[in-house]
Design a protein around this ligand. Structure first.
Ligand SMILES: [Zn+2]
Length: 443
C-alpha cells in the first residue's frame, strides 16, 4: 500500500481499547486479563489484514507499561504512552517477519530479550506477519517462548494461523479478530467525513467501504485516494467512476434484454458501448453476476437493505423490478454467466477485444438455450392447458344433445365425466365435418 495514502489511517488509528472498531470479543478478553492481573508471556492475534491487530497490540503495550491507567485504558499522557504512540519507545519493539524472517533476526531478538525494560515494567515484542518466519527462526523463537524472562511479552500477529507450528501455538493465548462488516465501515467513514468536512452521500461511502472489503486500513486508504480524485466530494456518481461500476440501470437493462423476448439485440449494443468506452468487461461480468444473485436473493425474500452487494437505493430497485421474474430463468442465467466469468480467467483472456468476442458468442448461445423449452416450462404449459379444458367443459350449455351411447352411460353414472362432456361439445361444434363411411370410395 502506498505510504501517501495512510494519512487518514494514521490520524484515526485507535489509541484506546474503546476506540477499536468491531473487535469487542478480543478487546474485552484482553481487558479482563488486565483486570484479573493475568498477563501471559505470549499472545497470538489472528485475523484478516487491516482490522486492528497491530493497533490493539500497541494499545496493549501502552496499557501494560502505563504509569497512570484510567478505567483499564492507557492514559496516553505519561512518558511511556507518549513514546509508544510516537513509535520511539525502547521497550516496545515491532518486527516485520515478512522482511526479517531468518534465524539471525530471531537470534538477535533472543539476545535482546535479556535486557530489562527502560521506562516501563515490560518489554513488548510485536512480531507482525509471524507466519513468514523460516523454520529455524521458529525453532529459535520457540526456545525463548519456553523460558521467557519475566519482563517480556510477545504479541505475534498473523493472517495465516495454520502456518504457525503447533509447538509455538501451544505456548500462546490466541485472540481472533474479525472482518469488519460493510455497514460498520460505512458508518466509520461517515464519522471521518463529518470531522474532516468532506462532502459525501451514502452511495459514495458504500463503494468506499465495499472496496475496503472488511479492512479498516484498506477502506481508509481508498478513501484517501477518493478524496484526492474527487476533490473531497465522495458522491456515488464520482466513486462509481473510480471503482468502474456501471450503475444499476445498465445491469438491470442487460438482464431484461436477456430475459424478455424480442430485446436480445440490446445485449450486444451494451457490450459494444462498454467496449468503446474502454470499460473493463471482465469486471462488468462479475458485477452482472452479483446483480443476478442479488435478484435471486430478493425473489427468495432473503435480501435486506444492508446487503453488501449494492447500495440501498439499488437494492430497492432490484426488489421492486424483479419480484415478478421467474427464479429458474434467472438462476439459469447466473449459472451460465458464472461459467463465462470463470472461463475468461482460465483461458487468460486479457485483451478487451478477445473478451468482447468471447462474450458475444457465449451470450448468443445463451439466448438460443433460453428459447428452448424447459421441462418445467412444458409441465406448466400442460397444466395450463388441462385447467383451460376443465374450465371450458364446466361451462358447457346444459341443452347439449347427448347421443345414445353416452346417454345410457349417463344414466349409470348420474352425471357425465368432463371428457364425455367435452366429446359432445366437440361433436356438436364440428357436426358438418362428419363423414358417412358408406359413401367413401373404395380404394
Ligand atoms: Zn500512560
Amino acid at each position: 500500500m502506498s505510504e501517501n495514502h495512510q494519512v487518514l489511517f494514521r490520524k484515526y488509528r485507535p489509541q484506546l481499547f474503546q476506540e477499536v472498531i468491531y473487535q469487542d470479543l478480543a478487546v474485552s478478553a484482553i481487558q479482563n486479563a488486565f483486570k484479573q492481573k493475568k498477563i501471559g508471556h505470549a499472545y497470538i492475534f489472528f485475523g484478516p489484514r487491516g482490522v486492528g491487530k497491530t493497533s490493539i497490540a500497541r494499545i496493549f503495550a501502552k496499557r501494560l507499561n502505563c504509569k497512570t491507567p484510567e478505567n483499564n485504558e492507557p492514559c496516553n499522557k505519561c512518558a511511556s504512552c507518549t513514546e509508544i504512540t510516537k513509535g520511539i519507545s525502547q521497550d516496545v519493539l515491532e518486527i516485520d517477519a515478512a522482511s526479517n524472517r531468518g534465524i539471525d533476526n530471531i537470534r538477535e531478538l533472543r539476545e535482546n530479550v535479556k535486557f530489562a525494560p527502560l521506562t516501563g515494567k515490560y518489554r513488548v515484542y510485536i512480531i507482525d506477519e509471524v507466519h513468514m518466519l523460516s523454520e529455524p527462526a521458529f525453532n529459535a523463537l520457540l526456545k525463548t517462548l519456553e523460558e521467557p524472562p519475566s519482563h517480556v511479552v510477545f504479541i505475534l500477529a498473523t493472517t495465516e494461523f495454520h502456518k504457525i507450528p503447533e509447538t509455538i501455538l501451544s505456548r500462546c493465548q490466541d485472540f481472533i479478530f474479525k472482518k469488519v462488516p460493510q455497514t460498520v465501515l460505512q458508518k466509520h467513514t461517515e464519522g471521518i467525513c463529518e470531522k474532516e468536512n468532506i462532502q459525501f452521500d451514502s452511495e459514495g461511502l458504500f463503494w468506499i467501504a465495499r472496496k475496503g472489503d472488511g479492512s479498516v486500513r484498506d477502506t481508509l486508504s481508498f478513501m484517501e485516494q477518493a478524496v484526492v480524485f474527487t476533490d473531497s466530494n465522495l458522491t456515488g456518481k464520482n466513486i462509481r467512476e473510480m471503482v468502474g461500476y456501471q450503475g444499476i440501470e445498465v445491469l438491470s437493462n442487460f438482464a431484461k434484454a436477456l430475459i424478455l423476448p424480442g430485446s436480445h439485440n440490446k445485449i450486444f449494443e451494451i457490450l459494444e458501448k462498454l467496449y468503446q468506452e474502454g470499460q473493463d468487461l471482465y469486471k462488468f461480468i462479475w458485477d452482472f453476476l452479483e446483480f443476478l444473485n442479488t435478484a435471486l436473493l430478493s425473489l427468495q425474500n432473503l435480501l435486506d437493505k444492508d446487503s453488501a452487494n449494492f447500495p440501498a437505493e439499488d437494492i430497492e430497485l432490484i426488489k421492486k423490478e424483479y419480484r415478478e421474474y421467474n427464479m429458474e430463468t434467472i438462476n439459469l442465467l447466473a449459472e451460465n454467466v458464472f461459467i463465462m466469468y470463470d472461463k475468461i480467467n482460465i483461458m487468460r483472456l486479457r485483451n478487451s477485444q478477445e473478451i468482447k468476442i468471447y462474450l458475444e458468442i457465449q451470450f448468443r448461445k445463451l439466448i438460443f438455450d433460453l428459447e428452448k423449452p424447459t421441462v418445467s416450462g412444458l409441465l406448466k404449459k400442460i397444466s395450463d392447458l388441462t385447467r383451460e379444458i376443465q374450465n371450458e367443459s364446466n361451462n358447457l350449455p346444459n341443452d347439449v344433445i347427448i347421443d345414445k351411447k353416452v346417454e345410457s352411460k349417463s344414466q349409470e353414472n348420474d352425471s357425465l365425466s368432463s371428457s364425455d362432456k367435452m366429446e359432445f361439445f366437440v361433436k356438436e361444434n364440428f357436426k358438418g365435418t362428419d363423414v358417412d363411411p358408406s359413401t367413401m370410395p373404395e380404394i
